[in-house]
Design a protein around this ligand. Structure first.
Ligand code: 6R9
Length: 654
């Protein structure tokens, strides 16, 4: 089937959905022509403590870069996500939590948390944090499993104006230590253990190891949630039990009035060079943009049961498990485990159990379910589903069609949402009642978003074409800085194409103006929807005694989307061996985390380099994927014979 197959908006969708095609077009035009008026109207969805008088104050000029939205307004994010819902829906469910293990009947350990309960828990924790001396502007590291307390901890920070820095619980002690140190964090909230797919993850132990790697006296307190009851070390004076901390606290903690441009959180993400960047998001614009896109893209209506299967450790979890949906008063399903445990039918059983209406997952999860044919869905009633979504990487049209049939009965629209940690929330995505769908395309821009395609020189390309994706003007959910390194923010995003935000992605635009994302144009991998810089993995490898040089490239992978192919040059006195290969794989897992596990390590006596010493990854990618005929020009290499040697080794391995 051609990629041009169109799935038009059905008459039923058109009638029921929040916005029609005509409404989308009118609103989109309005958002570009009168941004101040458009966003001032949209901002009415938030509760302001002090209303703003200014809307947008932005310059993308790198000499005078500034991005400010609603800059004289004050509000509190937790008040918007909790307090204002209490009168009308205090007894309605905010979080439906499903544990990793699947217990049914009386043993079911699932939790249902109403907005009233969420309020009480968040206020008590907020008071507990205050009692430790944590105050507005302090950065708190959260290293937590997928439990409601993760949401509560984020909201408790927001309530008192502390800035959270959530670190994915799959990251290693080394990676955690780097993030604690970079943020100069004095406080960590963690749990004894996490549980995922039946495996225990030693979170507290990892925190202990991380702190040992930090400068002495970096961390004042570690708050430890008793989740699995696993044995953990307790350091008197430093470690505090989560429940002890909150048990005596009042459930009233007045929300701290925050300026719209005060920081809300930092979240680390990989770039093409150097260590991970602390992406800084602020209060007003971020919340507004997360809330607005959650409503329109998911066509969310009160009463819907909504499941975003991301982890809170990623931006998708921040914007679409916590801030967007709770700001809209939604009922959010939160799942601790993985969709294939204890078996391939788990995700579908969850949909049936909670009568989920909206499902939002990454293509990598869909591919792993699809690998088992119809076993993933055949035993469950999925008729509650009304809308499907995807995020994190391009979705292959065949996978799109399988998802549409197997989960969506051929009826549910799929919203393929393109966005980034940096953009805060969805940027290019269909609206279910407005946008005809094409499998594999993220379709059209969200309100206020002006995408454009440019060539290598930065010349804008028009019509149906492909190029590098930039965004020409600001939107409220945009990141404001790289924590502690504003110059890096300017250099990374505003220097490649002057006057515009550079996404790092390539894209094609078809004759209908639809965008088709084609992947990163920089040295960033996308493994199972998780971003990883090739440099990060290379740095980890080179940190091993035996390795003098390493080069990492992405290769197509059936389930993960992109697999990690590593070339390693050993130092003198080190022998190539299977044992060393396994040791290096283990080493990378330890340095970064299991998500960075190399799929293949090839020994490379030398790497192809230009005369200026730049590794030619393009060539390494071709070798890794057996495309020897299209390796292209090697004449600029310092030593072209290196390439033939690598091909010989590669062929021996396969
Ligand atoms: C939200 C998130 C961002 C990168 C982005 C792009 C890729 C995300 C996509 C997509 C094609 C989509 N990406 N969504 N590519 N279609 N619908 O994933 O943030 O972890 O920062 O990754 O992911 O390459 O630049 P983040």
């Amino acid at each position: 089937m051609s990629e041009q197959t169109v799935y038009p908006v059905s008459p039923a969708q058109r009638e029921k959905a929040l916005l029609t095609k005509e409404q989308y077009q009118v609103m989109y035009q309005h958002s570009l022509e009168s941004p101040d008026e458009f966003w001032a109207q949209q901002a009415q969805r938030l509760t302001w403590i002090t209303p703003f008088t200014k809307v947008k104050n932005v310059s993308f000029d790198k000499q005078d870069l500034h991005i400010r939205w609603f800059e004289d307004g004050f509000l509190n994010v937790s008040e918007n996500c909790i307090d204002r819902h209490l009168v009308e829906r205090g007894h309605e469910t905010a979080i439906l939590w499903e544990p990793d293990g699947e217990n049914v009947g009386e043993k079911d350990e699932a939790r249902r948390i109403t907005y009233q309960q969420l309020s009480s828990e968040v206020n008590r924790l907020a008071n507990g944090l205050k009692s430790l001396g944590i105050k507005k502007g302090d950065i708190v590291t959260l290293y937590l499993p997928m439990v409601p307390e993760a949401t509560m901890a984020m909201l408790a920070c927001a309530r008192i104006g502390a800035v959270h820095s959530v670190v994915f619980a799959g990251f290693s002690p080394e990676a955690l230590a780097g993030r604690i140190e970079d943020g100069d964090c004095r406080y960590v909230i963690t749990a004894d253990e996490g549980l995922r797919g039946g495996k225990h993850v030693p979170l507290k132990q990892n925190v202990d190891e991380a702190i040992a790697l930090c400068p002495a006296e970096q961390v004042n307190n570690v708050i430890v949630l008793n989740h699995t009851g696993g044995e953990v070390n307790h350091q008197v004076g430093r470690d505090i039990d989560y429940h002890d901390l909150i048990s005596q606290q009042s459930d009233v903690c007045p929300p701290e009035p925050m300026n719209a441009e005060d920081p809300l959180f930092i979240l680390y993400t990989s770039g093409s060079t150097g260590k991970p960047k602390g992406v800084l998001h602020t209060t007003g614009g971020y919340l507004l943009y997360a809330s607005m896109t959650h409503e329109y893209v998911f066509d969310y209506r009160p009463g819907d049961i909504y499941w975003c299967a991301a982890d809170v450790g990623w931006i998708t979890g921040h914007s679409y498990i916590v801030y967007g949906p709770l700001c809209n008063g939604a009922t959010v399903v939160m799942f601790e485990g993985i969709p294939t445990y204890p078996d391939i039918g788990r995700a579908a059983r969850l949909i049936e159990k909670y009568k989920i209406n909206i499902l939002y997952v990454a293509p990598t999860a869909i591919r792993s379910l699809m690998a088992a044919g119809d076993a993933a869905t055949k035993n469950s009633d999925l008729s509650s589903l009304r809308l499907l979504g995807t995020v994190g990487e391009p979705i292959n049209p065949d996978v799109w069609r399988w998802y549409h049939q197997a989960f969506g009965r051929g009826e549910c629209p799929i919203v393929d949402t393109w966005w980034q940690t940096e953009t805060g929330a969805a940027m290019i995505a269909p609206l279910p009642g407005a946008t005809d769908l094409k499998p594999g395309s993220a379709t059209l821009p969200m309100f206020g978003v002006q995408p454009a395609l440019v060539d290598e020189k930065g010349i804008e390309l028009h019509g149906a074409t492909h190029g590098n994706l930039i965004i020409k003007d600001s939107w409220p959910g945009q990141m404001r800085s790289v924590f502690g390194d504003h110059q890096r923010f300017i250099d990374t995003y505003f220097s490649t194409y002057e006057g515009s935000y550079f996404t790092g992605d390539g894209a094609r635009r078809d004759e209908d103006g639809y965008y088709w994302l084609t992947g990163r144009v920089d040295d960033v991998l996308n493994v199972s929807g998780h971003r990883m810089g090739t440099a990060e993995i290379e740095n980890a490898l080179v940190a091993h005694d035996s390795v003098t040089e390493a080069a990492v490239v992405g290769v197509p992978h059936d389930i993960k989307g992109e697999g990690i192919y590593v070339y390693v040059t050993l130092g003198h006195g080190f022998e190539e061996s299977e044992a060393l290969r396994l040791e290096l794989i283990k080493w990378v897992r330890k340095e970064i985390g299991p998500i960075a596990t190399p799929d293949l390590i090839q020994w490379a006596p030398a790497l192809p380099k230009t005369r200026s010493g730049k590794i030619m990854r393009r060539i390494l990618r071709k070798i890794a994927t057996n495309e020897f005929d299209s390796i292209g020009d090697t004449s600029t290499l310092a030593d072209p014979s290196v390439v033939d040697d690598l091909i010989v080794v590669h062929n021996k391995m396969h």
